[in-house]
Design a binder for this molecule. Structure first.
Ligand SMILES: [Zn+2]
Ligand SMILES: [Zn+2]
Length: 352
């Protein structure tokens, strides 16, 4: 392969992705070119591949799409205007790229940029199922030496879950319940414990995955295929219900149960996409219980905040990585999703 090209994966249509040789990005101006070391596979990536993503249906994600947005790597080259990084630096990035030119960008309010693009998703900035990433310096952060590349690639999903806890004060007396035994669910359990919840309960449908919640910080797990989770949560909280529920499963039934299992004045944070409108949601118990229902999808500043927590927290998140797949065979993860479903929490794509 010439020095000017690299391999990258592009989604071309429902269940069609190709690994191709494409031009390698260049480091000019304030841009860095970064050798990707790890890419995390996200449920959003899987739904872009199958075409089920609601963002595709709404035309917000355009096909073909060079997807992938959870990653970490090593700086290979820097543009002439870059001041904070040099080749060899270990880095991770935001999951969005602002235009860098408008009034909002000038005052550093990147989330208000009128031309913001998401890495590997909406208004797609070329994503990280690729050997190299190009990113502007303002969206790149240095990865501390004490964190591994695996942890670096977990910062993005953790930065999404992070929003679920904003404005919530958890104490020794609080119960936090997490719906979903996927990666965002596990990360939410890890954050709930870090923030001091006395009791952290993870609700899921897979005993093997639920077991992995304990080393992350869970005090109890509930398999809601086998037990009535609402009843069990009421039991574990002396009838009170949960102070915080983080709904990460994207299942309508989980949102319904969340409303029925939340304490009066409690909060439900939703960190999942449902990919459709919902019907059977009991609104009156929500209103009567004065329950807050909050969406959480990540924002500017979260990634460095999560990186700091990873450094401070002696509890490691890495047990949620259930698979390492070499980049050369990463399309298999998309083409043969059922093969991985029963065991996977976070699949990591390795580039070396
Ligand atoms: Zn993601
Ligand atoms: Zn802008």
């Amino acid at each position: 392969m010439s020095k000017e090209t690299m391999k990258a994966v592009t989604v071309y249509g429902p269940s069609l992705a190709k690994m191709e040789v494409v031009p390698k990005p260049r480091a000019t101006g304030d841009m860095l070119v970064i050798k990707v070391k790890r890419t995390g596979v996200c449920a959003t990536d899987l739904s872009i591949f199958t075409g089920e993503s609601s963002f595709i249906r709404r035309g917000e994600i355009k096909i073909p799409c060079r997807f992938g947005h959870e990653w970490a790597g090593v700086v290979e080259s820097v543009g002439e205007a870059v001041t904070k990084f040099k080749p060899g630096d270990r880095v991770y990035s935001d999951n969005f790229v602002s235009c860098g030119k408008c009034a909002a960008c000038a005052r550093g309010d990147y989330m208000s940029c009128g031309d913001i693009r998401s890495v590997g998703t909406i208004k797609c900035w070329d994503g990280c199922y690729a050997e190299y990433m190009q990113m502007p310096e303002r969206h790149v952060f240095s990865l501390p030496n004490e964190l591994s590349m695996d942890e670096g690639a977990l910062i993005e999903p953790a930065s999404i879950a992070y929003d679920a806890f904003k404005g919530v004060a958890l104490t020794e007396k609080s119960t936090a319940v997490i719906y979903g035994n996927g990666a965002i669910g596990m990360i939410s359990a890890w954050l709930a414990k870090y923030y001091g919840a006395g009791q952290v309960i993870v609700v899921g449908r897979n005993d093997e995955k639920l077991k992995l919640a304990y080393p992350i910080g869970a005090d109890a797990v509930i398999n809601n295929k086998k037990e009535d989770a609402v009843l069990r949560i009421r039991e574990l909280t002396n009838g009170r219900g949960a102070d915080l529920i983080v709904e990460t499963s994207g299942a309508e039934s989980a949102l319904r149960d969340s409303i029925l299992a939340t304490a009066r004045y409690g909060r439900i944070s939703i960190v999942s996409f449902y990919e459709r409108d919902l019907n059977n949601i009991p609104m009156d118990p929500l209103v009567h219980g004065c329950i807050s229902l909050v969406g959480a999808a990540g924002c500017d500043g979260n990634a460095p905040a999560v990186c700091k927590i990873m450094c401070e927290n002696p509890v490691k998140l890495t047990p949620i990585i259930t698979h390492h797949i070499p980049f050369e065979s990463c399309i298999d993860v998309f083409e043969n999703q059922p093969k991985y479903n029963s065991e996977k929490i976070k699949i990591m794509i390795d580039f070396d």
